[in-house]
Design a protein around this ligand. Sequence first.
Ligand SMILES: [Zn+2]
Ligand SMILES: [Zn+2]
Length: 213
Amino acid sequence: MSAAASHRPRAASPDARRPAANPWNVDLRELGRRAGSLLQVQRTAPAPADWRVELIGVPEGAEIELRLRLEAVMEGVLVTGDLDVPVEGSCARCLEPIEDTLHLGVQELYAYRGSTTEATSEEDEVRRLEGDFLDLGPLVRDTVVLSLPLSPVCTEDCGGLCVDCGLRIDDLPADHTHEVVDPRWAALAQKFETEPSTSSPGTPGENATPEEN
Ligand SMILES: [Zn+2]
Ligand SMILES: [Zn+2]
C-alpha cells in the first residue's frame, strides 16, 4: 500500500458541522460553568481508524462504552470515569487471534480559556476547552493507545510456537520433540543404527573408568 492510499481524503468527520451529533462531543452548555455542577455521560461512540499499535488495536467502528462524569471546577472541567474498549489483535508468541475488552479509567482536567491553569501550563500538559463542545476523542484515544500492550499474549503462559515445526506448543502433546528434522539426516541415522558398530564398547583408553583408589 502506498503512503498516499493510507491518507483519507476527508479530514473532518461527517458530523463536523453538527457537533452535537458527534458522539465524541459533549455539549458544555448542558454543564454550565458554576463550580460543582455535574454532567453524567453514558454512551457508546464508534472508534475511528488507527487506534492501534503493531499487534493489537481497536477495530474501526467498534463501539467504545463511555461512563464519564464531567464536573465544572474553578479552572475548567474535570472528566473522570471509565471506558470499555473492545480490542482485537494477535498473540505476540503464537500469532493466535486475540479478542478482549479493556477496562480503563480516565481522569483529566480541561482548562478554561483565561484560567490560571491555562496561563501557568503548557498546552501539551493540560488540555484546553475550545468553544461549547468538549471533544472526548483525543483523551480516549491517548488513554487507549497508551494501554495497548506491545507484546499481547493469548494467555499469560502461552508457550509460543515450536521452533522446528511452527505449530502452537500449547496445542501439542507435552512430549512433542523433533529428534529428526531432516530426511537426509534420518537416512543417515538409520544407516548407523542398522550397521554393526565398528567401535567396541571395550575400546581401551578413553572409556576406562578410573576406579582405583
Ligand atoms: Zn499465544
Ligand atoms: Zn514441533
